[in-house]
Design a protein around this ligand. Structure first.
Ligand code: MG
Length: 203
């Protein structure tokens, strides 16, 4: 399986990082070794001093496809979840300055904690969904899928031009504002609406 992630999909987050608003979705990938499941702890790596949390809605692909049209994209994902796109902001900043790829800054071991997935059919309004992240009980990020620049179906159509989507692939759909550093000892709890999806510690 593979993980495909979208950068700069919420205008408020683009503003906080002083990035330019893209004319097309920004895509990057993470290897499967980035995944942390079942609320496993995140071990802070020695090569970064500035790891940020980015809470994001996840899509799980249920059907293989390429050149999927926006119209039929909804048939290609059956479940959604919540994930953290951990980002080594110091490494990413260095890469940006040099025009180099983000592979290490975004794809290092443990950089993709993911929740269990819930059936899309059990969700009332997928396109107006609240999600949030607390750190040590304090609200840090709060988003609604309504504010996405590119909606789920548009993302699937766009991504599938370049990467054939396969069953079990996961898409990270972008983060709202409020990204901030984590530190050893922090407890991260993530929610979709009122439902707790993630609860793990930084060690
Ligand atoms: Mg992100």
């Amino acid at each position: 399986m593979k993980i495909i992630a979208i950068g700069r999909n919420y205008a408020d987050h683009i503003a906080e990082l002083k990035n330019e608003k893209p004319t097309e979705p920004v895509i990057f990938t993470k290897p499967d070794t980035a995944i942390l499941k079942d609320n496993a702890p995140f071990y802070y790596p020695q090569y970064s001093q500035d790891i940020h949390h980015e809470v994001e809605i996840l899509l799980r692909i249920c059907k293989q496809g390429q050149y999927i049209s926006t119209e039929f994209a909804h048939k290609y994902y059956d479940k959604i979840g919540l994930g953290i796109d951990f980002t080594a902001r110091d490494l990413q900043q260095k890469a940006k300055e040099k025009g180099l790829p983000w592979a290490v800054a975004k794809g290092f071991n443990g950089s993709a904690p993911i929740s269990k997935f819930i059936d899309k059919a059990d969700i009332k309004n997928l396109h107006k969904l609240n999600f949030s992240l607390t750190v040590n009980g304090a609200l840090r990020q709060q988003g609604n899928t309504e504010a996405m620049l590119w909606k789920f179906d548009e993302l699937i159509a766009y991504i599938s031009q370049f990467f054939t989507l396969k069953i079990g692939d996961i898409i990270f759909t972008g983060t709202p504002k409020g990204v901030a550093p984590v530190k050893v000892g922090d407890r991260l709890e993530g929610y979709i609406e009122e439902k707790k999806m993630l609860d793990f510690k930084v060690k």
